[in-house]
Design a protein around this ligand. Structure first.
Ligand code: GRF
Length: 207
């Protein structure tokens, strides 16, 4: 079975690129039905177009400008995503917190990537915070995780996979961030493949 994915991005899309490359290399049994970005300038949209993947730009601002709520945006985003009938909705650098209006439409089918280990550094500045904690002598390493999104909790939920990432005394924020992104790319592909194979096992059990 080839799993159908919708990937949500906000920026560079290097994790999206890792998925595209893994699909080409047959390391990931998936197709990407659509890439959705809340930012028009997200380079990930270019990556998707170059790979022949449909893209949708879906910004929050027009909703807020029109006096509409975040929940309305999330509900319409869910309808947009659902039209592609994804087995998995992948948050690959999606920088919005999704409310129940979205999450409830895809129960245990939303996969988030976060550049910190479980319980550590939730939010948008995890790598910077880990680097600062290392400077203060509070941690010796950091890492990244892939988890399911069961509710509105930020960067928390059943963990599918983790990868530890060492921090060296010679690191700058940039060298640490690069090492982190390399680890994220591998972990996201491995974790999604594990979920997809897990689905196949469940299907086999049904037969
Ligand atoms: C990644 O570090 C991801 O974990 C975080 O945002 C970054 C996105 O990078 N939430 P990219 O857009 O995939 O290059």
């Amino acid at each position: 079975m080839t799993a159908n994915l919708v990937v949500l991005i906000s920026g560079n899309g290097s994790n999206l690129q890792a998925l595209i490359d893994a699909i080409r290399m047959r390391a990931l049994d998936a197709t990407i039905a659509c890439v959705v970005s809340n930012r028009r300038a997200a380079f990930g949209l270019v990556r998707a177009e170059q790979a022949g993947i449909p893209t949708r730009y879906f910004p929050l601002k027009p909703y807020l400008d029109a006096g509409r709520t975040r929940a309305e945006y999330d509900a319409d985003l869910a309808t947009l995503v659902a039209a592609y009938k994804p087995e998995w909705v992948v948050l690959a650098g999606w920088m919005h917190i999704l409310s129940a209006a979205f999450v409830a439409r895809f129960p245990y089918r939303i996969v988030n990537l976060h550049p910190a280990l479980p319980g550590m550094f939730p939010g948008a500045h995890a790598i910077e915070e880990a680097f600062a904690a290392f400077q203060r002598g509070e941690i010796k390493q950091t890492g990244c995780m892939v988890h399911l999104v069961p509710d509105e909790a930020v960067d928390a939920g059943p963990v599918i996979g983790t990868a530890e990432v060492p921090i060296y005394r010679t690191d700058t924020l940039e060298t640490l961030a690069n090492r982190m992104h390399q680890a994220e790319h591998r972990l996201l592909v491995q974790s999604l493949q594990r979920l997809i194979v897990g689905d196949e096992d469940i299907d086999d059990d049904d037969e």
